[in-house]
Design a protein around this ligand. Sequence first.
Ligand code: ZN
Length: 539
Amino acid sequence: MLKRSTACSLFFTCILTISSFAQEKVDLDMVNRIRYEGFHNSKVMEIASGLMDGIGQRLTGSPNMKRANEWTRDKLADFKLSNAHLEPWGPFGRGWSNEYINVRMVTPDVATLIAYAKAWTPGTSGEVRAQVVRANITGPQDFEKYKGKLEGKIVLNGEDPVVRPSTEPLSSRHDEKSLAGINQYQIPGERNDANAREFAGRARAQRALLKFFEDEKVVALIDHSRGAIGGGTVFVQQGGSYKAGQTSNLTQITLATEHWSRIARLLNQKQNVELALNVKNNLYDDAMTQWDTIAEIPGTDKKDEVVMLGAHLDSWHSGTGATDNGAGTVVMMEAIRILRALEIKPRRTIRIGLWSGEEQGLLGSQWYVMHHFGERPESKDPERKGDPTLLRRENGPVTVKPEQGKVSAYFNVDNGSGKIRGVHLQENARVWPIFEAWMKPFEDLGMNTLTMRNTGGTDHLSFDAVGIPGFQFIQDPLEYDTRTHHSNMDVYDRLQSEDLKQMAVIVATFVYNTAMRDEMLPRKPIEKELPPPPPQDGR
Ligand SMILES: [Zn+2]
């Protein structure tokens, strides 16, 4: 519906679009100034190197996370933003970091292996050598077969990876066809309680599995990276819970697929394989409180009203969190730096939020929204107690605080380093003609698509859940899914400077326009509460 050729095939849409263009003012002088500052005086790669090279991984709860909070706060203060500070939130849980890992095959050959520790698992006490055994245990039905056979062993558990050469390019950009596809709304299916139950069931089975290996006193549990491409890229996340009192006692490691395969082939041939492991992981009990980084450009005649921009600052631990979500972080910092450098006097206050705990369930943004804007009641089910507001629809209606009515919009970037191609409108048709007008000066930068679709998985949902217009941009995928998302290769070199500059300029303009508009951005209704799910036998 958005692409202009098809827009006018619907008479009504055409009229709506044209009349709205006429009404929605676009300050092209400001667009010129923002483009000049963003393209000729950019600091985005300098900020990126400071964060990714200077600080590195930012797992929530790790000392690096706190360092990143402080560094971003100080940097925003250097940009002459007001009120740069850290806002505490909690309770989080335990902190974790990996200090050292070395995994070697010592029998039948000596070889150093590409390996990463899984987050929130313990290390070894110095180097341990043990025999490797193969298992394929998926749940309690398999426990009997392996009981009593795994003590003192290193266990390779799971199916063998299939390693294949990639026949598609690892990096891609949207073309007209893929953007036209995104533009088409997909009508959601019926509520699927069975899916939710299956998800909870899988999580319980996984906990039972880890407990089995712990009880069997295995030396370490090893899995392999996901994906068929391999090539030294290792995707690795957590091996246990970050929650206090639920830490796994099992050393867990993820191997590069090709290195797993070699061991697996030797074991299939009934050869004796021994590994030497040396893993030093640190657990921190002082991580219950975490922080979000906040800073502002104060408004003028409408200073009580706010426009927010943000991104999550936290990352996984094996790379340096460059595309997830260093990219979003540095784009937002650069966007607000541009606006400050131009000495704009916004009507509304512009506020940046850099969130922690996103990877554990939007925790930092969820906390911020809950304490400033609104929330739904918590679940009485202990397993679902920490759920964010967007997953609490069965618990009751949203209650809002007065500040909720003062936030015009929240803009988020969290889909990697690829440039902006449009906006997900989150089913808010009322902003369509406004964003259409704002997007027009960026056609030459490849931005031309709006979609009514919702997109999920990141912090705009925390705002959307309480009725604040929250938007995530459409971005080119580049290598996000194939190489960098939660992998050891999520590093500075995967950032594309021209894409980041494009994003910062567009975000700065959208934020500026939102801050200067006569009216706040129009809203859609808050989602109603859901009836509780039907009771189930044998849960
Ligand atoms: Zn992520």
